[in-house]
Design a protein around this ligand. Structure first.
Ligand code: ATP
Ligand code: MG
Length: 405
């Protein structure tokens, strides 16, 4: 079918009262950003719908992008015709025929915002339904749960027909919740946490700690590649890399083994706090799931959260590993995440970290290191880059990856 527009229905944001305009404007901006390389498109974000005029652009390609935009409940590819009943009939019949399967049931559902139009919604339902029934052999009318609903919208700028409703990504438009900072490792959990935060409207910046020479260039490239996958949901993301080698070496030297992990995490959290405030973020996100590993107990959280008053949000806190993996597969991060590269946390991980570290001891052991000096040097070494969807950071390592896959 030669579609002329995509009609987009808003999700939850339609209930957001006073903020509604704000949400709609954000969604409009995000949709334009997601579709920036389709120059002929025109988008109009109205109170109850967003309309994308295709002007000859490929509907399937546009829809594939729309599926990744948060704040969209669903959308329908539509065809605009002049306000002339013969044109309506012809298009309606062609649309139904294109989808017809033996035994198929249908109904017509009309909405009318142009109240000057000669027929009302009941008349239009009957007239269009009658034409389809007479011209598509074997089709049946069914009011309750038909296979196909042919939607007819009579607007002042034409009559729009559609027969398909495609599920959108749901959630809230990215940006409407403000800025958050994701602790992005190369693992399975943190990209999922990032995705879930973005889905609730967070403009997410990605923070990655790396420890050369203990962690390799590939490990860094992998984190960037994950960021690029997540960038599909927002158009682009900031990637902030923080050197962590000196801190880890000093902790390794001065802190007893059982508290290595906790003190390392406290330092990570201190740096997260500093960078989040500097960049006007409102919260820190991570991929912790309760009880998954030693550092993810509530006692650990007490000992680690102690260094910040910012909210530390953990979108996957109550998810099982299998549930997290399911989402990772859906969002295309899983295959990347399972590539075996060392993470800075695991290389210095003691064989038996404390599962229930004590806050007072964590604080006391941390005093053995030069927190301020170490933090200042790590922050001085921060590098920030812009990452876009579809970029390839691992091409230099192609051979290595080809072997692993
Ligand atoms: P993930 O699969 O996300 O790596 P994990 O189950 O392996 O999680 P940990 O390695 O203990 O758990 O890390 C817990 C959380 O700490 C991660 O989800 C991530 O948010 C953060 N984190 C760990 N390593 C890094 C890193 N190198 N850079 C940034 N954040 C990190
Ligand atoms: Mg990890």
């Amino acid at each position: 079918m030669q579609y002329t527009e995509i009609m987009v229905r808003y999700g939850e944001l339609s209930t957001k009262g006073k903020n509604k305009r704000n949400f709609i404007d954000s969604l409009g901006r995000n949709v334009r950003k997601a579709l920036h390389d389709f120059p002929k498109l025109e988008t109009h974000a109205n109170r109850d719908r967003l309309h994308i005029m295709l002007n000859g652009e490929d509907a399937d390609k546009v829809m594939a992008r729309l599926k990744l935009v948060f704040g969209i409940q669903n959308f329908s590819p539509s065809i605009r015709v002049e306000p002339d009943m013969d044109a309506v009939y012809e298009t309606a019949i062609a649309m139904i025929k294109a989808q017809f399967k033996p035994g198929m049931t249908f109904k017509v559902y009309t909405r009318r915002s142009d109240h000057q139009f000669v027929y009302d919604t009941n008349q239009l339902n009957q007239m269009v339904g009658g034409q389809i029934f007479d011209n598509v052999e074997g089709i049946k009318v069914q009011m309750k749960n038909p296979d196909v609903v042919l939607r007819v919208e009579v607007r002042t700028n034409g009559i729009f027909l559609s027969s398909e409703t495609i599920q959108g990504a749901g959630g809230l438009p990215v940006g409407t919740a403000g800025k958050g900072m994701l602790m992005l490792s190369g693992g399975i959990d943190s990209p999922v946490a990032g995705y879930l935060g973005m889905k609730r409207g967070v403009n997410m910046e990605m923070v990655h700690f790396f420890s050369p020479p203990y962690t390799s260039e590939q490990a860094l490239a992998k984190a960037k590649q994950l960021a690029s996958t997540l960038a599909s949901y927002s158009g682009s993301v900031k990637f902030i890399q923080i050197p962590f080698t000196e801190i880890q070496e000093e902790i390794k030297e001065k802190v007893p083994e059982g508290y290595l992990m906790t003190v390392q995490r406290r330092l990570m959290m201190r740096l997260m706090d500093a960078i989040t405030r500097e960049r006007h973020g409102k919260a820190i996100f991570n991929g912790e799931s309760l009880g998954q590993v030693a550092s993810q107990t509530m006692d650990s959280m007490i000992a680690i959260n102690d260094v910040t008053t910012l909210p530390v949000l953990r979108p996957v806190i109550s998810m099982d590993k299998t549930e997290i993996i399911k989402v990772a597969e859906d969002i295309d991060t899983y295959n990347l995440s399972i590539m075996p590269f060392e993470d800075c946390c695991t290389i210095f991980a003691p064989p038996a970290p404390k599962t229930h570290p004590r806050l007072d001891r964590s604080q006391a052991y941390e005093e053995r290191i030069d927190v301020e000096g170490l933090m200042a040097r790590a922050l001085a070494g921060v590098e920030i880059s812009e990452i876009k969807p579809g970029e390839n950071y691992m091409n230099q390592q192609e051979d290595v990856f080809a072997e692993l896959l």
